[in-house]
Design a binder for this molecule. Sequence first.
Ligand code: GLC
Length: 546
Amino acid sequence: MTVSIPSPLTSDIDWWRSAVVYQVYVRSFADSDGDGVGDLQGIRERLPYLRELGVDALWLTPFYTSPMVDGGYDVADYRDVDPMFGNLADFEAMITDAHALGLRIIVDIVPNHTSDKHPWFTAALAAAPGSPERARYLFADGKGDDGAQPPNDWESIFGGPAWTRVPDGQWYLHLFDPAQPDLNWRHSEVRREFEDILRFWLDRGVDGFRIDVAHGMIKAAGLPDVGFNSMTTGRRQSELLGKGRLPYFDQDEVHDIYRAWRPILDSYPGGRMAVAEAWAETPQRLARYIGPDELHQAFSFDFLDATWSADSFRKVIDTALAESTIVGAPTTWVLSNHDRQRHVTRYGDGEVGLRRARAAALLMLALPGCAYLYQGEELGLPEVLDLPDELRQDPAFLRTGESRDGCRVPIPWSGDLAPYGFGPAGSALSWLPAPTTWRALSVAAQTGTPGSTLELYRAALRIRHTHPALAGLGGITWLETGPGVLAFQREAAGTVLTCVVNISDAPVVIDGYGTPLVASSTLTERDCGHLLPVDAAVWFERHPNG
Ligand code: GLC
């Protein structure tokens, strides 16, 4: 039976333009059944928390049937929920409750590759070279007399060759883990299948999709060599791009796929959207993913990559806003996600890192466009750097020594003992252990605590939603400042909101911007204004004609 649940949130189809989206890493958010793994029912139970936090939408990382080799980014059945996360009825109950609370739901779609346990891939392995079953993936003969060399020099983003040989001698391509075989997106059946998968979830009321590796689905014809060792200076997709266009990323034909997807999204009511996790060599090429006939947004990771300096932030913000004007779509701002070290730690860890992370949050939330928060950043969580190696599950860890597990530790909710309310009362299980220092960072410990990071986020989100200068899409005007200080204003309905961030090495006196609304560190009043400490941000409000 098809259950069609129209989104009740039909009032503003452009909701995504200025939304605050909260990324739920499902495995690590809330565990309702005590097995140590987060689940859909856990999310459902915590929806009131998210409503109160003040976000507009949730992006859920993959919860589909999966052997979990890559945390669910290896999907064996795109139309079902993995039992570890619940079932379809749980999903439907969760989305119904979310919509009732005014929260939209974005789900992850993983089209570049399936799991090696997907029925298509097991059929491909059982079938002969040249068979229709193999045609849905990228199988090829090897090089050398006996075909013992991979078909080309491509390397996996998780390290090692991007090809694995099967017993009959052919090789298959996997840009990621060998358990994630790449699909052949030149095959019409693959395209039809994913169009149907989109409809399956749209019929269940989802408000959007986050498209995994959206730039990777089409590979250059003939699968040409890259011609150099692409992994020598770094394994991140961003680092690969500086070396020129790779034959497996950002090929022009990939846009045909999105031009076919957009009418599907547009055929549903309520403003269904898609955001691409896409990497391209230049901002201009990234912009090509966005537009009325393709996708609504592409993540811009430049803000995340900015260093802690006023110049770096200013440059990234100016570039992003200029691009968004060109494409007519709002910028996306991201500080952390499930693939990158948490920004508290990136900015120096400890007290310094936290102070800077709080300031960065006020900077991000004052900018026009859509902000993506990663679960736990509202608690000021740092990266967990000392996980024992044997507990690390990131498939990249074994191949490269780099692990993304430290940002995926289950978040703390309450109580004195790990895992701090992640599971039901009395449950001591969590798939990764939380450090003892997280007791003081739990939701319960921070709720109502003046100056806590959680209360800072709540206050900032409340203002962002209600303040005319922030709620809209109006641009920013930079103000003259001393070195190391960023200040810009946004104006609407006779009110000016000014955001000031002090990234210099001394406190600065600020005068003339009106009344402080929220600050990331304590402001001191002076005869002539306010003293803003180092590594801190503040929002002021004034009414020039009032
Ligand atoms: C994306 C995901 C990452 C995953 C990879 C392969 O980059 O964000 O977590 O490992 O795709 O699916």
